[in-house]
Design a protein around this ligand. Structure first.
Ligand SMILES: Nc1ncnc2c1ncn2[C@@H]1O[C@H](COP(=O)(O)OP(=O)(O)OP(=O)(O)O)[C@@H](O)[C@H]1O
Ligand SMILES: [Mg+2]
Length: 302
């Protein structure tokens, strides 16, 4: 990306600065304190996460970005209570997280709907599990299905839906339990670019209208800058906080902002953090032997 007089990504307009001031005054929904996670693998001990500290405020949208293997999924699994930390703590509204619970909704990249249940039954499942009677659960599920615009598909099975529709159901299923926080691990990673853009807009609409805090992992810089209030940038080996960025792009967001100077400046900064020019490793080069004549060069101008 060329830097044609991009502003400093830390420069915030008065409205954005004011928004962050107000955001910091909101209650802390989730707090991560000194979180470390080590795994024992056959190569010995691997430190996946080291000393992570983070406070996520109520109704905040936090994105996480970082190179592959830096511990993003491990982090979200610990926040979900699916994995135990080796040291440190995760608190949800001040209470220690030790196991999965309905106040934390999860959406993964892979389609995780029950294939043998209809859309409606998939959404009803968690509600019935948490003790709601069947009629009430069915009424709630119908409301969610309407909200995600899939009224015609309530009796369809997951294999009859497109990828985007499946993820809409997965989001509705997670939200139906009224979680305090929605934990999303690359939820749109398997979707084509157009569907992905629609899903981003759709998630923003949900977030604006529903009282929920979002923690969202992505590999896609545009997606992170477009969605997030703040972006947690992690670095690898061990997974540590590299920077916590306050995105200077005003809310509410719209696709026109993708080309705004503050959007591009933030994206450029993250790109430099993740791929510093001096740190090109040997792994980045292909070890190819030339198998065409020297003058047969597709890279040159004929
Ligand atoms: N159950 C496990 N046992 C041993 N090592 C593990 C286990 N789970 C994760 N790891 C290691 O922890 C590190 C972080 O993995 P993790 O899946 O959290 O990374 P990630 O940032 O989500 O990667 P990606 O971007 O590719 O999804 C990796 O080195 C991985 O090999
Ligand atoms: Mg991952």
């Amino acid at each position: 990306m060329s830097d044609f007089n991009l502003p400093d990504y830390k420069q915030q307009s008065p409205e954005v600065r004011d928004r962050f001031e107000r955001l910091k005054q909101r209650p802390v929904t989730m707090e991560v304190k000194g979180l470390t996670k080590t795994f024992n693998s056959h190569h010995g001990e691997v430190t996946a996460l080291k000393n992570i500290d983070l406070k996520i405020h109520k109704r905040e949208f936090v994105c996480v970005i970082g190179p592959s293997g830096c511990g993003k999924s491990t982090l979200i699994r610990i926040l979900a209570g699916l994995e135990q930390a080796s040291a440190g703590q995760v608190l949800l509204d001040g209470e220690a997280v030790t196991r999965p619970g309905p106040e934390r909704g999860m959406v993964f990249q892979g389609y995780t709907l029950f294939p043998w249940l209809t859309v409606k039954r998939n959404i009803m499942f968690g509600l019935i599990e948490s003790g709601m009677n069947k009629n009430h659960a069915e009424a709630e599920a119908r409301e969610w299905i309407e909200l995600i615009g899939l009224g015609k598909f309530e009796n369809s099975y997951p294999h009859q839906l497109s990828g985007g529709m499946k993820q809409r159901v997965a989001i509705a299923r997670a939200l139906a339990n009224r979680p305090k926080i929605l934990l999303m691990d690359e939820p749109f990673g398997a979707l084509d670019a157009q569907t992905r853009a629609k899903m981003q807009a759709y998630l923003m609409e949900i977030w604006k209208n529903i009282d929920v805090t979002v923690f969202f992992i992505t590999h896609d810089l545009d997606e992170a800058v477009y969605l997030a209030d703040r972006i947690l940038v992690l670095k690898a080996n061990p997974g540590e906080v590299q920077e916590l960025i306050e995105v200077p792009v005003p809310q509410p967001r719209n696709p026109e902002q993708f080309l705004s100077p503050e959007f591009l400046a933030t994206k450029k900064h993250i790109e430099e953090l993740i791929h510093p020019p001096s740190e090109e490793s040997d792994d980045d080069h292909l070890n190819l032997v030339r198998m065409v004549p020297v003058n047969d060069d597709v890279g040159s101008v004929f």
